[in-house]
Every structure is written in C-alpha cells, then in structure tokens.
Design a protein around this ligand. Sequence first.
Ligand SMILES: [Zn+2]
Length: 570
Amino acid sequence: MKSFLIKGGIVYDPLNGVEGEVIDIGLRNGVIVDPSSLDPRETIVVDARGMMVVPGGIDVHSHIAGPKVNTGRVMMVEDHYLTNIPGKMGLRSQTGRTVPNVYKIGYGYARLGYTTVVEAASPPLKTRHTHEELDSIPIIDKMTLILMDSNWIALDYISEGDLKGLAGYIAWLLHATKGYGVKIVDPGADLAWLYGKGYGIDLDTQLPEYNLTPREIILMLGEASTLLNLPHPIHVHCNRLGYPGNYSTTTRTLELSSKYSTGNKISMHITHVQFTGYKGSTWATLGSGGEEIARILRRQRNASVDLGQIIFGSVTTMTADAPFEHVLFHISRWKWAFADVEAETASGIVPYRYRRRNYVNTVQWTIGLEVALLTKDPWRTFITTDHPNAGPFTKYPRVIAWLMSRRAREEEMKKVNRRALKKTALPAVDEEFDFNDIIIATRAAPAKLLGLEDFKGHLGIGAQADIAIYNIDPGKVDPSRDWKIVEKALSRAEYVFKDGRIVVRGGRVVEETYGSTLYVKPEIPEDLSKTIVDKVREMFPYYYSIQYSNFIVDLSEIRKPREIPVKTLL
Ligand SMILES: [Zn+2]
C-alpha cells in the first residue's frame, strides 16, 4: 500500500492537545506513522497548506441500516424515483432524499469527512438484516446498537433482580447479534404497546405483565453494562418522547446516570435530546426545556447527549418507539407503517415535514442548539440530526454553522415563527463554538464515548489513518461572520483518507472501499455463560418463531468484522 505525507496542514487533534498547529502527518499501511519514517521514493505528498486537517468524523447516532430503514425507503418510493443519480466512474447509483440508499449513505458521509457511523437501533431478531445493509454501505466503519428495553428475556432477569444473569444475557445477545451496545427506546413502551398501552409512559409508570417501571429497566441495564465494562454506555431514548412537558422526564433520567457510574466515565448517553426537551402542557403552550436540560447536564458529569437537531424540510421519521409513531401518524395523517418484532421490540415509520412558520417546529429547532450552547461542553454534547428523523446527516455543516455563529442563527430566526421564539432562550444566547469545539464534538468526544479512542478520533502515531482535510484556513476565517464559508467548506471535504487510502478528492468520491463492522465480545465466566445459554435455549420455543441456532449471526456473514475485546468486571 502507498504511503502519504500530508504536508503543511493546520491540524486540530483535541485528543492529543493539538489546536490549529501546522504539523505534517504521515500514513502507511492504513495507520498514522512518524513522517520521518516514510521512504520518500514510495510516498505521495499531499499539499495541505492553508487547509484544516482533522481526524475522520464519527456519528454516534444515525439510522442507516435495518428493517425500519428499508421500510422507510419502500414507503417513500417517489423519493427514490425522482432523485436517482446514475452510477459512474466505478461508483454505484445513488437514490433517495429522506431515506437514501446504502450507496448514497456511504458516499454522503465520506464527502462530509465522516468515516465511522453508529446505526442506533436494531431489533435483535432482525440484526442479520441490519448487518446485510451495513455490509453494503461503502467506505465508512460502522456498528449497531441492540434494542433491549422491551426484550422479554432481559425483562425476566430484571424483574427477578438478577444483575449477574442480566449482564450475562446482554453479553450473549451482543455476541449473538454481533452488536456493539445496549439501546433503550422509551423504556418498556413496546412491552406496553403489545397490551394496547405504551402512550406517554413515564419513569415510574407500572408496566403490564412484569411489575416493573422504566426507571428500574434503565438502572439495571445501566448497571449491567457497567459490570460488563462495555466500551459504550447505555444509549437512552427517554420516555415520553414527543410529548409536551417531557423535559422533566429527561432531566430525571439524566439524574439516574450517577447512580451506577464508576469514576468519571460516561455511564449514560441520552440521544436526540431535542425530541425530549419540551416544556408546556399542550402543543399550544409548548416551550423549550433546553435551558433546564443544559443546567442538569452540566451537573451530571456521567452523562452525555446528542442533539437530534431539527433541519426544516421533509423527513421520514422512524423509531422503535412504536406508540409515539402512532401518535405522530394521527398528527400528520398521511402514511404510517409499524411492526412488532416477536418478544423483543416494535417500530413505526411516519413521513413528516418541519416548517419554519410552524409554532411547534420552531420550538423544536431551538432546543438542540440551546442544549449544546448552554451546556458549553463539546465533550458531552454531540452533533446529530437523528438521521433521518430530524433531518438528513448531510446537513451537519449547517448545524455547525449555527453553533459557531450567532449571526447564522439570527438569519434563521428571521424566518421562523416569532411567537414560538418568545418561548425559548435561544434569541438571548451569545455563545459560539470555535473550530476546536467542533472537532471535539464530532471526532474526539465520539471516539471516547464509543471507547475507541485508542485508534479512532485522533491523529497520533498508531491511530487508524481516517483523516479529513477541508479547504478552509481557520486562521483566516472568522466563523462568526463567515459562517457560509464554513458551512460550504465542511459540506465537501477536499480530501478524505479511509484506512490510509484517498476516497474523496475535491469533494468527490474517487474510490469505493468498504470499512469494518465493529462488534464487542465480552468475556464472561464459563459457568455463567452456560447458565445463560441453557436459559435462552429453554425460553426460545416459547418466545420466538425461529430456532435458536438460526438466531445467531455468524462472523462469516459479515463482510469485514472487527472484534473489540471487552474485559468484564464479572
Ligand atoms: Zn434515533
């Protein structure tokens, strides 16, 4: 493999304390090496003078693969028919606007300078499908979180108070599905949904059948993940998502993060906080809870959030929060799809449009920005749009412009619903992120949150050679004033290296490679492992329509698996 020398670039590498220094970066055999060790005869020099050089971006929460993503494509067929970009120059055809096809996802992330993406919710039984789609997404590394909060076998362990058993089962399930971490979606709601309930349940609502509350489910899944020493903490979509007044559910959930944490480690990640950040008691009195969430988040050092920032325009929403999608369908009154996944989870899909003049949509737009700007901690507030729910991931540069520039926000505020703005803190917020903050929030911090900072999210020697180079000189551009220049430069990377190969040049994808699928293998004591397998085998005929052996995803089914070993505390 060729080696490269990236010469003269302005480097931002927060994990190594580098903030805007001119440093040369050497790459060989897919990793970063000391530039002085490169053989000049075999090295291609990339002139990066006047450009910003950063690690490849990492998205901690996006919906890019699996049954609900694919159903979203089928539902929005016109979206694909009208947007087809034929394949050429060795690339595949790209279709889809609100739910792009697999190729458009991979190329789109690469063009943005992103090289690692987490699929945020896969039902265990259907994770084989999720992997098949992940395998077809070019360029990026990927991984998937596994839905567990309404899984009957997990709930059996939780209701029995068997923490060790639960930890063992999580280890088994993650390995059986080749998943990466524990996903909790409106905890317990899909269990209740099966019994015709599940609407607006709160942390202490009694769930049917199991005599459990969402609070108990979160605490025990959190404790079990900590016991397993998983690289990524529990990833929580809070209860009462999409209901007025839900911000207090979010702040109370945030407060649970310190109950089972160890040291300074992040023990809970709360996702798309915008959707669970509403004040007020009805849609007519809706207000922003962004300020309150930021206040609690600053105090809860063991928790992080991602924004789920609203981008105005058409979307296709999709979530394992099946009861919420049923509610949204009654608001939007167009299309709705839903599925129940045996004894595990459910999901719903509803197309929707966010409008600037709409009161509710304007309140939603302010919340993500308020949380990020008022928390003032890019290590714990991540930039997402919960793609495709609040907007497409391709709009991240616009979110970045809003975070870096008060003027960019003012421009947008001129176009939105005035009455709604009065119910939010955003017009009075002066805070602006700088380039270093942005690189922390999109590279360094996500790598840490996923437990991958050994080799991802930085540019130190030995790191994976995933690098983005943007045609912008941070020393010469004032993002507060020149936010349009920032947005444009970050929308199309000048160069992207994936595993040491040039995959994007001049904003275009020039080579189609395939990244790895990362999965965890928590090592648990043999006797515990045997007990778990015995119990799962025993329950399988009662809970599932398929056989135990057909459930397990074999490594041979995954294009490029990469195991992340886990030393548990069991
Ligand atoms: Zn999501």
